[in-house]
Ligand binder design. Structure first.
Ligand SMILES: *Cc1c(COP(=O)(O)O)cnc(C)c1O
Length: 373
């Protein structure tokens, strides 16, 4: 278990992860790019970073663990964290994943199916009955809510309360919600994972991932898998993520307030066929999202009328909003998701907009101009 500073409550994560102990100390933990460490006289102590951690990633784990009220294991990317979770499964396990989920997870599961590593079923994120039916007979329930990119909302409380196979895992991909809007472990998930590349880092300048858990056995297994396979976070990335997470609350507050405004304005725009955003009262996931989430998030997905051509034209005409993949940065990004390999099933005109912290009226002016005839 990580030794938390007893004076720092989970709510004080802005300063968590290491405090200066004396005059002249830096206020924040600096990047420590070390692979090996001086041993003590008996040959003990932290020796090698892959197994024993570096001060920078330990600080980041304290903050990310504090956010979920758990212990955290950080990785070199979101997919590395996800890979470690799947590696927990016995050979021949059965897994249940969302029909609409992050394409990397879909890819891992399909790859494992081809190799005979596990068998899999897929359930729509918002099909609560489907998840309840799956729960009794699977080794891993993998839920992503709100989902990427359709922003479907899954009923975490209902699934967590369902009768499950002994030893099975309920894992939530919390990347879109962040622990500020949703704490899956509080409702009974075994592991919550995030791509820290997105909102935690927040500046489109790092790759990272994290798994959090309150179960000491899972914690030590996840650490062991990281040590064995070596998907450890870099010192610079950990430092950047630590620096990013300090401002998560203010970035998220601003970007999700703007997302709300933009979702409403887009809904009223004649060039837009449909807006998917759980904060809209008309959204099918609105009631559940209102009960389950602390905020509706900073991602808005919308379908441009006319499909591929008009949607591509919108992306090309935007000037403030970057035509780029990924999400969760201070700068807004937009992408036509059906252009991504493995995402061809999505509506051809569907754009995923990650709202940043620019002035909302500037963002709207950019969108309105790009959507004009
Ligand atoms: C980006 C993302 C991932 C993968 O994370 P990487 O850091 O790119 O490896 C997993 N889940 C969701 C929901 C994501 O958006």
């Amino acid at each position: 278990m990580i030794d938390r500073d007893p004076e720092v409550s989970d709510a004080s994560w802005i300063v968590a992860g290491g405090r200066p102990s004396g005059a002249g100390d830096p206020l924040n933990v600096p990047p420590v790019p070390a692979s090996n460490f001086l041993l003590d006289d008996d040959g003990g102590g932290a020796s090698y970073a892959r197994g024993d951690a570096t001060p920078t990633w330990t600080a980041l784990e304290m903050v990310l663990g504090g956010l979920e009220g758990a212990d955290a294991v950080t990785f070199s990317s979101g997919m590395a964290a996800i890979g470690a979770v799947f590696e927990l499964l016995p050979v021949g396990a059965h897994v249940t994943i969302p029909a609409d989920c992050y394409q990397g997870v879909a890819g891992v599961v399909a790859d494992g199916e081809t190799r005979g590593r596990w068998t899999a079923d897929r359930v729509a994120t918002d099909d609560t009955d489907g998840w309840l039916a799956a729960a009794a007979d699977t080794d891993l329930l993998w839920i992503e809510t709100p989902s990427n990119p359709l922003l479907l909302v899954g009923d975490l409380g209902a699934v967590a309360a369902a009768g499950r196979r002994p030893g099975s895992l309920l894992v939530v991909d919390n990347t879109f919600a962040t622990p500020l809007n949703q704490r899956p472990l509080d409702v009974g998930a075994d592991i919550s994972i995030q791509s820290t590349t997105k909102f935690i880092g927040g500046h489109s300048d790092l790759l990272g991932g994290v798994a959090t858990t309150r179960d000491p056995n899972l914690l030590s297994r996840l650490r062991q898998i990281r040590t064995l396979y070596g998907a450890t976070p870099g010192a610079l990335e950990s430092y950047l993520a630590l620096r990013g997470v300090r401002t998560l609350a203010v970035r998220l507050a601003q970007s999700q307030a703007s997302a709300n405004v933009l979702a409403r304005r887009l809904s009223a725009h004649q060039a837009v066929e449909r807006v998917r955003y759980p904060g809209l009262p008309s959204d099918p996931g609105h009631a559940l999202a209102s009960a389950q989430l602390g905020g509706f998030g900073s991602i808005v997905t919308f379908d441009v009328a006319g499909g591929i051509g008009p949607a591509n034209r919108v992306c090309a005409r935007l000037r403030l909003i970057h035509h780029a993949t990924s999400l969760g940065g201070v700068e807004s990004t937009i992408e036509r998701r059906a252009s991504i390999p493995g995402q061809e099933h999505l509506p051809p005109g569907l754009l995923r907009l990650s709202v940043g912290i620019e002035t909302v009226d500037d963002l709207w002016a950019d969108l309105d101009r790009a959507l004009a005839d």
